[in-house]
Design a protein around this ligand. Structure first.
Ligand code: SF4
Ligand code: SF4
Length: 370
């Protein structure tokens, strides 16, 4: 397996060389100018953070990436997709409001914000992939139709995938609501009868005629349900529940296959930057972020998302775990940090599956910038 080149900078700075300078250099040595051509629509994919979360990538770093893309003649926009669950980023209106509240505004980042899967998370494009779970996946239109994909990832822990890195940013983060539902559930949502008041609002959102109201209670017909997830948002009583039926292995493998779809035809037009900072034990989709499990490590850049995640987890695991964090074990350098927080979520599954499908390499060569 060929070693993939990755570039890294630690967090040390001087008065003459701050983190912006280091980020600029990272983009340069990783080949930003090879992937952006004048006139390209450049999707800068990141996570704007759920309301209450504060560990998302700072907008001012995003601006630096936007400026570098513009200097090459590209037309950047910053983007994410709506969440499957009901929260502060469930639809484009709330999502944009949350993003702007967190500082992701044109005035700060210098580029427009686009929610890539549209108002309600249903705007997608099907792409063919050579997966084991899927031969086609639905990718958010705003990402599928972009010329270039730059994924800015906050590397942290995750309850189901062990860690959330570049693969998760691509796979879960670039899919439509239907894709997210299939990755997480694989079965139709369920109505919690106790909460349902029989208002029938959900019926008009189901394009497949899968919901009926009888005796003032809605019911979903599993045979007719297409798994689009539209109804989950439609219920004012929050009575329509996702059935979190997929285990860590299936979810991670499916997520990797969606990541392949997100990169389809952009293999030579994509670049990854991971901020291994504020490494919280759980996802930025949570409305909080707990104490980091390790001290800030640095910023990593590369062209292979699999190598990026392998290197990121190696760096986190090689660090000293922080006393007083959520870590229950693995504090010593070399200890499994996320295994110490989420013992039932083996992060190796996503890397194994990606490598098995030939999507990327876990072998890397690391160059540290001055
Ligand atoms: S919208 Fe909600 S409360 Fe109304 S019928 Fe559907 S499930 Fe029941
Ligand atoms: S998931 Fe989609 S197809 Fe299934 S019941 Fe809900 S709206 Fe209808």
């Amino acid at each position: 397996m060929t070693a993939k080149q990755l570039n890294f900078t630690n967090m040390r700075t001087t008065l003459r060389r701050n983190l912006y300078n280091k980020l600029d250099d990272l983009m340069k040595v990783t080949g930003l100018e090879d992937i952006v051509s004048p006139g390209d629509k450049v999707a800068i994919k990141l996570h704007f953070g759920e309301e209450g979360n504060t560990s998302f990538i700072r907008p001012i770093f995003v601006r630096r990436v936007v400026e570098a893309v513009k200097a090459l003649g590209g037309h950047p926009f910053i983007t994410d997709t709506n969440t499957l669950y009901v929260g502060s980023r469930t639809d484009a209106v709330n999502h944009l409001t949350t993003a702007i509240t967190h500082g992701f505004d044109y005035a700060v980042v210098g580029a427009p914000l686009i929610i890539a899967d549209g108002l309600r998370g249903s705007s997608g494009v099907e792409v063919d992939i050579p997966g084991e779970h899927y031969s086609k996946v639905e990718i958010a239109a705003g990402i599928a139709q972009a010329d270039v994909l730059i994924a800015l990832t906050h590397f942290k822990g995750h309850e189901i995938s062990g860690f959330g890195g570049a693969l998760k940013n691509l796979g879960m983060g670039c899919s439509t609501r239907a894709g997210k539902l299939d990755m997480h559930s694989g079965i139709s949502p369920k109505v919690k009868a106790k909460l349902c008041v029989g208002c029938a609002q959900c019926l008009r959102w189901c394009a497949h005629g899968a919901i009926a109201v009888k005796d003032k209670k809605a019911k979903i017909d599993k045979e007719l349900c297409a798994g689009c997830g539209e109804c989950i948002l439609s219920c004012p009583e929050h009575a329509i529940m996702i059935q979190w039926a997929t285990g860590p292995r299936e979810m991670q493998e499916k997520m990797v296959e969606f990541a392949m779809g997100a990169m389809k035809e952009k293999e030579q037009k994509s670049l990854f930057i991971s901020f291994i900072t504020q490494v919280s034990p759980s996802c930025d989709c949570a409305s909080n972020n707990d104490t980091p499990v390790v001290a800030d490590i640095g910023i990593l850049a590369g062209r292979d998302p699999v190598a990026m995640d392998q290197c990121s987890i190696d760096m986190v695991n090689n660090a000293q775990g922080l006393v007083g964090s959520a870590l229950k074990s693995g504090h010593e350098p070399g200890g499994d940090k996320f295994g110490g927080v989420h013992p039932n979520a083996d992060w190796r599954i996503q890397l194994d599956h990606a490598e098995k499908l030939g999507f990327g390499s876990r072998v890397y060569q690391l160059t540290e910038l001055e």
